[in-house]
Design a protein around this ligand. Sequence first.
Ligand SMILES: Cc1cc2nc3c(=O)[nH]c(=O)nc-3n(C[C@H](O)[C@H](O)[C@H](O)COP(=O)(O)OP(=O)(O)OC[C@H]3O[C@@H](n4cnc5c(N)ncnc54)[C@H](O)[C@@H]3O)c2cc1C
Length: 444
Amino acid sequence: MRIAVVGAGPSGLYAADALSSSGADVDVLDRLPVPFGLVRYGVAPDHHSIRSVRDTLQKVLEKPGVRLLAGVEVGRDVSVEELLAAYDAVVLTYGASRDRHLDVPGEDLAGSVAATDLVAWYCGHPDADRETIESALAAARSVVVVGVGNVAVDVTRVLTAPMARLEQTDMPQHVLDALAASHITDVHVLGRRGPAQATWTTKELKELAELDGVDVLIDPTDLELEPVSAALVESDRVVARNVEVIRSWADHVSDTTHRHIHLHFHARPAEMLGTDRVETVVVERTTIDDAGAAHGTGETYEIPADLVVRSVGYRGVALDGVPFDGRRNVIPNVEGRVMDADGVPVPGLYVAGWIKRGPTGIIGTNKKDAAATVAALLEDLEARGATGGPGIEPLLRDRGVDAVAFDGWTAIDAAERALGASRGRDRTTIHDRDALVTAARAGA
Ligand SMILES: Cc1cc2nc3c(=O)[nH]c(=O)nc-3n(C[C@H](O)[C@H](O)[C@H](O)COP(=O)(O)OP(=O)(O)OC[C@H]3O[C@@H](n4cnc5c(N)ncnc54)[C@H](O)[C@@H]3O)c2cc1C
């Protein structure tokens, strides 16, 4: 059996692990010259233990029969059709890396950025738009973060955390320099519904108030729970804990020497105002109906903002030649088998991870999910019979695409550790694509 996996994030590597344990040869392709997907370019750099899942994922790349072909973009360097011709089966695990839009006037003003872009920047993603983010950050004193999920918490923490904490991370030096120079005093976090409906997890939420030199402030009237929220607190332990944590902050007093995080609930952005760049966010108060949906009340207030971070979710995009559900932004599938418009499985094509089920769950969720897809694939291949296939290396050679293999990645890894050591840190992420490829070639 010879299988191609498209995407070297957690779901791709969990799929490769399950496939190789069943005796398959697996080529893992990624458009970036490095593996690990959002574990490298999403998980917050100051969450060391979560990021260390890389060590487990790396073991998959060390398995005999698993080959990394990094720096190969499917849809540009090679098509899905060509992959299907060159392998017994193809597993698409290319994630969901674009931002969702708020659809409010002024959203595209300078100074209004997507959390996806800010996260990519502070993690050192080669495609990050440094100029946009760094100029927005340089101008920022008062920030509005739209959204109350874990990514919004990550962004809020990174923008307010003391440098002593951030300097322990692998953030690129230019990121640390920009954060050290920042004049941010206030971060306003907006939740469309109440504290009971926020999707952050308690551990991440609590961390906000544990940051040195940071006060978390909340308007106590936001803590009055309507019946639907009270019922949620009764029935869901995580919700109950979250609300309890937020309640414990109601008597916080602001210290003027500190940075402030203001939590606003029942608050949705109605408009962003500004001439050349964002200056103000107009917020509309909302109420929650019995089904838990938010409705605008028409009552508004304004928050001064020189930086707005829109953190309302990630979404997947279509890949040429692959069916796509544009409403849910996922690849339509049944148990990981990709389905065409008539609901018929596309022979040899499978999907796992965020592009299969949308951007939900924790890293470990992708393991079970990938295993289910691999089980369907193996069942089909057993019925159909596997023939191996030539793989795509001859084709890549013809096209002059020089993939980074595992030894190239270990060379990048060593270069990042050496760069970190030169600054007294464990590692510093190399953010520039050419520098990554040069490090890979030098060591390979
Ligand atoms: C900001 C953020 C913070 C998070 N923090 C946590 C956390 O603390 N704890 C936790 O458990 N989970 C966290 N998650 C969730 C976790 O990162 C995801 O569950 C997981 O990464 C999804 O895995 P995936 O493999 O489906 O997608 P990804 O990790 O996105 O991997 C997809 C891979 O496909 C590659 N790719 C894309 N297009 C192509 C193409 N055309 N050709 C070839 N390759 C391609 C990408 O480069 C990428 O490497 C976080 C997510 C985000 C966004």
